[in-house]
Ligand binder design. Structure first.
Ligand SMILES: [Zn+2]
Length: 438
């Protein structure tokens, strides 16, 4: 009797847990992306919606378009204004909620559908890849583009162009990479080969490194140049044949300078950057993606960075980055938002944290929001598609219950997220859901 009760309690606990897990977008298992409404082919709906009583944040000016109707159709913003909502659209009163463009994640390591979904529910509607194993980012980007998944639109980077490529499972994904299993990836010819394989497989960015990692002691040192100037030059040259930009992981001062001089489109991290590095970035128009918020995580026991060396280096890295982001912004360097995370189930940091850090380091709330939206769109050549809430652009939107320019901490708490008109997050608020029964 007692035993059967214990068993039934255990079973019901298990059941409750599995249901809760299946419904929780923040902890989705890797392939757990089932969503409600699709057509017969399994493609997710892009509902024809008129959102009334919207306060739209104009990220170009900081003005709020108050109490307007925002019409979304076929994944695009089809009108914004005071006209009567079209009667054949689904009319949803959003009660004065604030609407911003979807956010840009400039250094995305997500490799699974769950990772992409976690990025999406945090407000990310566009992600620039920073390399993953096995071209998983290419697959994710194609699933999203085809509409089988609501997700951030992804600019994939394919596999990492790094000396230790052969030590990763990345090489299993393409026969042409097998030959790097028993040697390190050095030499101009080999580098050109891996760049062109990436591009052939669908990479829209190339990710390479001019130094080792700041968070680990394996591989080259964070201050040491991982590739010679001519090797870096070969990577740039090969990518430029296909008009593909290159992002360069760099930490130490000397390696940052080598990467900028080699022609990297963006410098990622730049944790030890100094005045000379900033001056050169400014001169060459290099983009800077500092991923500050992940470095704050070096101190914490979470899944992305947990090494002793990361914790030891943390105080210097965060102090230097804070100081240099402030200076770089004053100098007019293009500084863009990113986390540097796989967006795994236990990852903590999000683009909202980077936006709020930028404000702490001297950007106005509008400038920090621009770094995550219109500035990123312009820097990545996507301003004709997204980055603002404007007619003709993709319906990439985030909803908040207060003005993010007056209280930017609210960016940590999106109420709804729409990407290409597909609903990625639709929270229950009070008695109903923000976007109705969609
Ligand atoms: Zn990274």
């Amino acid at each position: 009797m007692l035993l059967s009760r214990v068993i039934s309690i255990l079973l019901s606990l298990l059941f409750i847990q599995s249901v809760a897990h299946a419904q929780d977008p923040y902890v989705l298992a890797p392939l757990d992306v089932r969503e409600a409404k699709t057509n017969d082919m399994g493609v997710l709906d892009q509902p024809y919606m008129a959102l009334t009583n919207a306060n739209v944040v104009d990220v170009r000016t900081g003005n709020i378009l108050r109490d307007v109707t925002l019409v979304l159709q076929d994944g695009k913003i089809s009108s914004i204004g005071n006209d009567m909502p079209p009667q054949d659209a689904q009319i949803i009163d959003i009660k004065g909620y604030y609407v911003t463009p979807g956010l840009f994640e400039g250094h995305f390591h997500g490799a699974t559908a769950g990772d992409a979904k976690r990025a999406l529910v945090s407000g990310v509607t566009t992600a620039k890849g920073a390399s993953v194993d096995g071209f998983m980012d290419v697959a994710l980007s194609r699933m999203v583009d085809a509409g089988y998944m609501a997700g951030p639109e992804i600019m994939p980077a394919g596999v990492y162009v790094t000396p230790e490529l052969g030590n990763t499972t990345a090489i299993l994904a393409d026969e042409r990479l097998y030959k790097y299993a028993n040697r390190e990836l050095y030499g101009e010819e080999a580098l050109r080969d891996v760049v062109s394989i990436n591009i052939d497989r669908g990479a829209k960015w190339i990710k390479t490194r001019s130094s080792g990692l700041s968070s680990r002691t394996s591989g080259p040192d964070a201050l040491e140049q991982a590739y010679t100037d001519s090797e870096l030059g070969a990577v740039m040259d090969e990518a430029s044949k296909y008009n593909i930009p290159v992002s360069c992981h760099s930490h130490g001062v000397e390696v940052i300078i080598a990467a900028i001089n080699a022609g990297c489109t963006s410098i990622e991290h730049a944790s030890y950057i100094d005045d000379e590095g900033l001056r050169l970035m400014k001169e060459k128009g290099t983009l800077w993606i500092p991923t500050y918020i992940s470095v704050t995580g070096f101190e914490l026991p979470h899944d992305d960075y947990t090494t002793t060396i990361a914790r030891q280096r943390h105080p210097h890295l965060v102090e230097n980055l804070a100081r240099m982001i402030r200076k770089g912004h004053e100098m007019g360097i293009t500084i863009l938002t990113a986390v540097d995370s796989s967006y795994g189930p236990e990852s903590v940091y999000r683009v909202s944290g980077e936006i709020n850090a930028f404000i702490d380091f001297g950007m106005t709330p509008l400038e920090a929001l621009q770094a995550a939206t219109i500035k990123s769109a312009e820097a990545y050549g996507m301003a004709d598609k997204t980055g603002a809430v404007e007619v003709g652009l993709d319906a990439d939107l985030v909803l908040f219950d207060r003005d993010p320019l007056l209280q930017p901490s609210v960016i940590h708490n999106p109420l709804a997220v729409i990407s290409n008109g597909r609903i990625g997050l639709n929270r229950h608020v009070g008695a109903g859901r923000v976007l109705g029964d969609n």
